[in-house]
Design a protein. Structure first.
Length: 116
């Protein structure tokens, strides 16, 4: 059973930055692709970014490409999402995720609000 503790969300002005963190327990995530998703009010959950087990490959949704950077620290079983040049449309609850076998594990979500 994998459990995540997310942190780093908050209120930021447009153009600002936030760094989300997701600390995992219950399993070592070295061998898995891990990801970040988000869900805005009234919208479906969407994939934001993911990173391969080696950390050598990353994927970003077009809407965040060039502004968000995902990284992983396997020594701490933790991964991060650095979000720069934030826009109001980035406002959402952000979730970390890993799929192990047929099971999906999710964090509790952290609110990111971009507003002036």
């Amino acid at each position: 059973q994998v459990q995540f503790v997310e942190s780093g969300g908050g209120l930021v002005q447009p153009g600002g930055s936030l760094r989300l963190s997701c600390a995992a327990s219950g399993a070592t995530l070295d061998y898995y692709t891990i990801g970040w998703f988000r869900q805005a009010p009234g919208k479906e959950r969407e994939g934001v970014s993911c990173i391969s087990s080696s950390g050598s490959s990353t994927y970003y949704a077009d809407s965040v490409k060039g502004r968000f950077t995902m990284s992983r620290d396997d020594a701490k079983n933790t991964f991060h999402l650095q979000m720069d040049n934030l826009k109001p449309e980035d406002t959402a609850v952000y979730f970390c995720n890993v799929r192990i076998g047929i099971a999906d594990y999710w964090g509790q979500g952290t609110q990111v609000t971009v507003s002036s």
